[in-house]
Design a protein around this ligand. Structure first.
Ligand SMILES: Nc1ncnc2c1ncn2[C@@H]1O[C@H](COP(=O)(O)OP(=O)(O)OP(=O)(O)O)[C@@H](O)[C@H]1O
Ligand SMILES: [Zn+2]
Length: 480
């Protein structure tokens, strides 16, 4: 069996991965807060952990792996959007408008991440009483579990209730800060911790807080309120994966305080357990040296790129060109390179069947070495150069490419055929123009083709017409 080696943020070492139970491998990844379209940075953990998920399925068997990724659907920004809609005169209740916002955001998220070739999370059959949906649990479905966990923490002396709030008593957990390697005192000095009259210590963080009367809330032993963000992941991972599981992932921006707080909550509620054995963090997608983020406003969405005709696979490929633990930028040049490479490979594997070959062992080995995707791509280039097209195709499929190449090829073949008479016509016009020195008919034809979304390439060798992303064949009518 292939040995997977992963860099564990907890130990800061690359370690051989040994699941607690190889026939029940479990991974939890912090998912999005569903208030708006995902930006390109949000796609990075999705692609990174999708690649790991595919590797785990390959090594341990697809049925043996459970992948849970939550939706955070309790958030002020969701409420704000619902209130905005209400203020615009919508007749529904605030709850209905909140549900509308979360549903539409989840649908966008699915469509965008599907386009990147990311598999949806899934739960091992026998773990799921309520069907696959619970592989993507929503915080609002687990409020009861959060309340129960908070009660346990209070009982054990790790949390206290005050003025409708419940706070985690950070100094009651000696290991606090171990994941990010900081001491509590360093953290107080460096972090923007909120001082509040209901806190024993400024470091303490919120497990439960009161809700305004006009905002969503749930009844609890501490009054009507809502959970803090950190407790959501502790409760949902416990409900779906148990007290100990294998891998916990998310972006590096979540390491502190979110993951530090998750560990404190889960390990104090279940002191007999280890919570997650391996912690993995992807580095940030950056824009001019800064994290792409909503709050900085330096973002564009996955949908913006897809809308410009950049294929989801091209976006995926660009991400895989950089190791997940290095910061990266999105550049048009990388996208161009990725597009050209994928086009070349797609042509090369035409007619071979990806299901007949296995992914190349060197590709699997590269991923098993702490997801060395850049090395995996280098192997793909080699397979192409050696004309091992069946293995190239199978390896691409393993990395999440090519799911719809057959139909895409069919369409591009049909488009090329459709353009054939037009390139002959344009070549004829050009020949005539060389004799008459009147190039106006050539230019007019060229402009009409460009308007139909066709790329026109003219050289001494001849005329080449390539359908572009906005190709619209109905605009060709009447041009001949
Ligand atoms: N620039 C980025 N590069 C890589 N991962 C990111 C980036 N920004 C956010 N993430 C990750 O995206 C996932 C979803 O996070 P979340 O929904 O909290 O993002 P967000 O709050 O909308 O992001 P932000 O406020 O940073 O714009 C998390 O795993 C987070 O670490
Ligand atoms: Zn989380």
């Amino acid at each position: 069996m292939v040995t997977i080696r992963l860099t564990n943020s907890k130990t800061r070492k690359k370690e051989a991965f040994a699941p607690l139970n190889p026939s029940d491998v479990r991974m939890y990844v912090c998912g999005p807060t569903v208030y708006d379209r995902a930006h390109l940075g949000n796609a990075r953990p999705v692609i990174v952990f999708d690649t790991l998920y595919r590797l785990l399925r390959h090594v341990y068997g697809p049925e043996q792996v459970t992948y849970v990724r939550n939706f955070t659907d309790v958030d002020d920004k969701i409420n704000a959007e619902a209130q905005r809609r209400k203020a615009l005169g919508r007749g529904e209740t605030l709850e209905e408008l909140i549900a509308e916002r979360t549903e539409e955001t989840i649908a966008w998220y699915h469509a965008d991440m599907d386009a990147l070739g990311a598999l949806r999370p899934a739960i091992r059959e026998d773990r799921s009483e309520a069907g696959l949906r619970r592989a993507e649990p929503r915080a609002t479905e687990y409020i009861g579990a959060m309340i129960a966990m908070i009660e346990q923490l209070i009982e054990k002396g790790h949390a206290y209730a005050k003025e409708g709030h419940v706070l985690f008593r950070v100094r009651s957990y000696k290991e606090y800060g171990a994941l990010s390697g900081r001491s509590v005192d360093d953290m107080i000095a460096g972090a923007r911790v909120e001082v509040a009259p209901f806190k024993e210590d400024p470091m303490d963080f919120v497990l439960w807080k009161p809700s305004d009367a006009d905002l969503p809330g749930w009844d609890s032993p501490w009054g009507r309120g809502r959970p803090g963000w950190h407790i959501e992941c502790s409760a949902m991972s416990y409900e779906l994966l148990g007290t100990s599981f294998d891998i916990h992932g998310g972006g590096l921006d979540l390491q502190f305080p979110h993951h530090e707080n998750e560990i404190a909550q889960s390990c104090c509620a279940h002191p007999e357990s280890g919570f997650a054995s391996v912690w993995m963090h992807n580095e940030m997608l950056q824009v001019e040296g800064k994290k792409m983020s909503k709050s900085l406003g330096n973002f564009f969405t996955v949908r913006d790129l897809l809308g410009k005709g950049i294929e989801g696979e091209v976006i995926r490929f660009v991400f895989l060109m950089t190791h997940y633990r290095s910061p990266m930028d999105w550049t048009a040049e990388k996208a161009r390179q990725a597009e050209a490479t994928l086009r070349k490979w797609r042509e090369a594997v035409r007619g071979t069947d990806p299901h007949l070959a296995k992914p190349d062992s060197a590709v699997v080995e590269a991923l098993a070495d702490d997801l060395n995707t850049a090395q995996a791509i280098a192997v793909l280039h080699q397979l192409y150069n050696e004309q091992k097209y069946d293995r190239l195709y199978a390896s691409l499929a393993f990395l999440g490419f090519g799911a719809d190449w057959e139909s895409a090829l069919q369409t591009s073949l049909e488009n090329a055929e459709r353009l054939q008479p037009y390139s002959a016509h344009l070549a004829g016009l050009r020949e005539a123009a060389i004799a008459t020195k009147d190039f106006a008919p050539v230019d007019a034809m060229k402009a009409a083709l460009i308007a139909a979304g066709v790329e026109v390439r003219m050289s001494k060798a001849g005329v080449e017409l390539v359908p572009g992303p906005d190709f619209n064949s109905s605009k060709l009518d009447g041009l001949l």
